[in-house]
Design a protein around this ligand. Structure first.
Ligand SMILES: Cc1cc2nc3c(=O)[nH]c(=O)nc-3n(C[C@H](O)[C@H](O)[C@H](O)COP(=O)(O)OP(=O)(O)OC[C@H]3O[C@@H](n4cnc5c(N)ncnc54)[C@H](O)[C@@H]3O)c2cc1C
Length: 310
């Protein structure tokens, strides 16, 4: 995978090593789209009762409850985290303390690295795995595995698209001091709907409103998404993951009693495995079942690609 000048990694075939078996084409989820189920997923507005975790999460903190459930079964979680160079990569977490690295949306494409291979190894050993990521990453994982595993649980997101790493790198160079870390979805000052970007340097905490922040503003107006995000093949009503996590934008219109400005999740339960986990964790949630179509009225990224900026 090579980083190209648009700020995204692309695969390149090493012709000296390729044996031309054609397997990459046979398993490619873009070339071999899976048939979509007809039944709509169960749809809920949810808030994690643990307010500290909810404040650390982008939406209602439901990802953390699913993850804790798997950890209690001595399982492993995979998800996106920043490394010390402020690059986003998929990492393995096997304890509750380290779940904090996965919490919160990082608006960059996460590098999968060797996590698909590792996942297969653990699945074959019988370990429970909760693999989370963008819809394309989950489709990629399932295509790579080429069979179903009862011990694999997948969680994807409603995904707007991923912005260019080069533009992000240029953005963080603009600060006078090195940026130590960045939180794209800080709710402390203005709440969940009017979230802010928080940048920490050695001496300062810099908050900016998301709609005025230079990087976020242009990301949200679709100026520098990955080319394939403008024609995403994985936006659909019924995902192949067990659960889909999202923000419940428009909650004030659908169920205003479920908005306290600390974050409300919209979740879709896509499978029996997802349903089983939801049933086990729901005592730790404030939740309400909602109509599927009403829930995506203000979140069209569930089914439609972002339009390319003019
Ligand atoms: C690039 C991107 C675009 C998104 N676009 C939308 C959208 O248009 N509409 C919407 O409703 N929601 C969107 N989301 C999802 C939303 O922001 C929350 O991540 C989701 O609701 C889960 O929230 P939570 O409170 O349950 O948990 P959180 O703790 O906030 O979520 C953590 C989860 O997000 C995953 N994650 C974080 N960053 C990445 C990344 N770069 N790549 C892959 N996985 C990542 C982690 O692995 C973990 O599974 C997007 C997320 C990302 C990363």
């Amino acid at each position: 995978m090579t980083l190209e000048k648009d700020g995204f990694k692309y695969p390149h075939i090493d012709n000296k090593k390729c044996i031309e078996c054609g397997l990459c084409k046979k398993v490619c989820p873009v070339l071999n789209p899976k048939k979509e189920e007809k039944e709509l997923p169960d749809t809920y507005a949810c808030m994690n009762k643990n307010e500290k975790i909810r404040m650390e999460s982008s939406s209602g903190g439901v990802f953390s409850l699913f993850a804790e459930y798997i950890l209690n079964k001595k399982g492993i979680i995979y998800g996106a985290a920043f490394n010390e160079k402020l690059e986003v990569q998929h990492i393995k977490v096997d304890n509750e303390k380290d779940l904090k690295y996965l919490r919160g949306s990082k608006y960059l494409q996460s590098d999968i690295g060797v996590t698909f291979k590792e996942t297969k190894k653990y699945l074959d050993e019988g370990k429970f795995i909760f693999f989370t990521g963008t819809p394309c990453q989950i489709e990629g994982l399932k295509s790579f595995l080429r069979r179903d595993y009862a011990n694999l649980i997948c969680g994807d997101l409603i995904c707007h698209g991923v912005p260019s790493k080069n533009i992000f790198d240029e953005y963080i160079q603009k600060f006078n001091e090195p940026v130590k870390n960045i939180y794209f979805r800080n709710k402390e000052n203005k709440g969940w709907n009017k979230y802010q970007v928080l940048i920490n340097t050695n001496s300062k905490k810099i908050y900016s409103d998301h709609d005025k922040n230079e990087f976020m503003n242009k990301f949200l107006s679709d100026e520098y998404l990955r080319e394939s995000c403008y024609n995403c093949k994985f936006k659909k009503k019924h995902r192949i993951s067990d659960v889909t996590f999202a923000d419940f934008w428009g909650i004030n219109k659908v169920a205003p009693e479920m908005n306290d400005e600390k974050g409300t999740s919209l979740i879709f339960i896509n499978s029996l495995k997802g349903k089983e986990i939801f049933e086990s964790i729901k005592e730790n949630l404030i939740y309400k079942k909602v109509d599927f179509y009403q829930s995506i009225k203000y979140n069209q990224s569930m089914i439609k690609s972002s339009p390319k900026h003019i």
